[in-house]
Unconditional design. Structure first.
Ligand code: SAM
Length: 383
């Protein structure tokens, strides 16, 4: 992996001085006023001001989106454009309230004006409808936002119980294998709903043609396995997850006629051995849930069951993803803090952990939408 050369002491001092100067300038109201008027700086100033306002107002935009989803506005508009009065009646709002919501949603690209003043589905609204996982994510964010109402308290560890901690009970549990079906049903459904795009992007990024058996660790209700099975009919599967989650996977495999190719095993991956016999292990959205010690223990457990030269697929959203930087550090950083364990990691951090766990030939593969998932492949060392 190419490493960036460390700056010389002189270069570092020069940079620090330039950054101090830049910040003094940017903080100066006189400079701001000038930059907003001068033709060459005006577009940059406008972009920065808009970005700053979006930082301040992001929560409000999210709540506009939540209202659209709770009122099922987007599926209604997907049937065709409607005049305001009809729409207001369909979503049970006064015309004034519906107009307020629609005008807000229009500026966010969720809806758009059509001929005769009717409202139709906007480009972002259409994209969102194409991925039902997003609506489910938005709805469960009400818990995240409740937990983030006091972000400093959360950072200081002053909140002993968080809503997300209750939603993801394994995150804070000393004995996750004692969780019941009731504890896992909601998060497992959310994971299944948001898995479709991820599975597709992982399968597109890495060919499984030359593998025989995939073990999906923390595989949820088998949605990932089922997508891989459809693409690669020669593969057999093992799935490992907490007992009530594995039971759901077993049901899915039976429902989809996969029982002859796919087995589900229930247990605790921190204490129970993983099933042997696979030449490929996948960890999809699993490692970022865990603090460093546990994450390393999972990687070591995966290494133990792979034959020499066997392959590991590690797929999850990662930090330092170009073009999606806040998704890793800001969104997942605070999401996982509220959940109670784990952290987002850069490919370099994951690579170092994989090396410690005994893997070699570690490569970051290109995925279609790294914002959703990045992919690292690695080989189990020989001996
Ligand atoms: C974030 S979900 C990801 C599920 C699936 N891989 C996906 O991407 O949709 C993490 C999964 O790890 C499982 N898990 C968490 N702790 C576990 C443990 N100690 N032993 C076994 N499975 C565990 C959870 O039940 C859950 O299904």
């Amino acid at each position: 992996m190419a490493r960036r050369r460390a700056p010389t002491a002189f270069g570092a001092r020069l940079r620090e001085r330039w950054l101090e100067r830049r910040n003094r300038l940017l903080a100066s109201p006189r400079f701001q006023r000038w930059a907003a008027g001068f033709p060459l700086t005006r577009p940059v100033a406008a972009r920065r001001a808009r970005h700053l306002f979006d930082l301040c107002a992001g929560f409000v935009y999210s709540q506009v989106l939540l209202a659209c989803i709770q009122l099922r506005l987007l599926p209604i508009l997907a049937e065709g454009p409607l005049p305001l009065s009809d729409l207001a009646a369909r979503v049970d709002l006064s015309e004034a309230a519906a107009e307020r919501l629609l005008r807000a949603a229009e500026t966010l690209g969720l809806v758009e004006r059509r001929t005769g003043g009717a409202f139709g589905l906007g480009a972002q609204g259409a994209a969102l409808l194409g991925n039902p996982g997003i609506s489910a994510m938005v709805q469960h964010h009400t818990m995240l936002y409740a937990d983030l109402a006091d972000p400093v308290g959360l950072l200081r560890g002053e909140r002993r119980r968080t809503e997300l901690g209750g939603y993801w009970p394994y995150a804070g549990s000393a004995q996750p294998s004692s969780l019941t079906a009731e504890h896992v049903v909601e998060y497992t459904a959310l994971m299944a709903e948001s898995q479709a795009l991820i599975a597709g992007d992982v399968i597109d990024a890495f060919s499984l043609r030359h593998h025989n058996c995939l073990l999906d660790v923390g595989g949820g209700d088998g949605t990932f396995v089922s997508a891989v099975a459809a693409r690669w009919p020669h593969l057999r599967f093992k799935l490992f997850d907490l007992p009530p989650v594995a039971a759901r996977a077993r049901q899915r495999f039976a429902r989809e006629g996969l029982s002859a190719r796919a087995e589900a095993f229930g247990g605790d991956m921190m204490t129970d051995p993983l099933p042997e016999g696979a030449d490929l292990v996948s960890l999809v959205r699993v490692i970022h849930d865990h603090d460093d010690d546990s994450a390393l223990a999972i990687l070591r457990a995966a290494h133990r069951v792979l034959p020499p030269g066997g392959t590991l697929l590690l797929a999850e959203p990662m930090s330092a993803t170009r073009g999606a930087e806040p998704v890793g550090e800001a969104y997942f950083g605070f999401y996982l803090l509220a959940m109670g364990s784990g952290r987002p990691r850069t490919p370099a951090e994951l690579t170092a952990m994989l090396e410690t766990a005994g893997f070699t030939r570690i490569a970051v593969e290109r995925t279609r939408r790294p914002l959703l998932t990045s992919l690292i492949t690695a080989r189990a060392s020989r001996g």
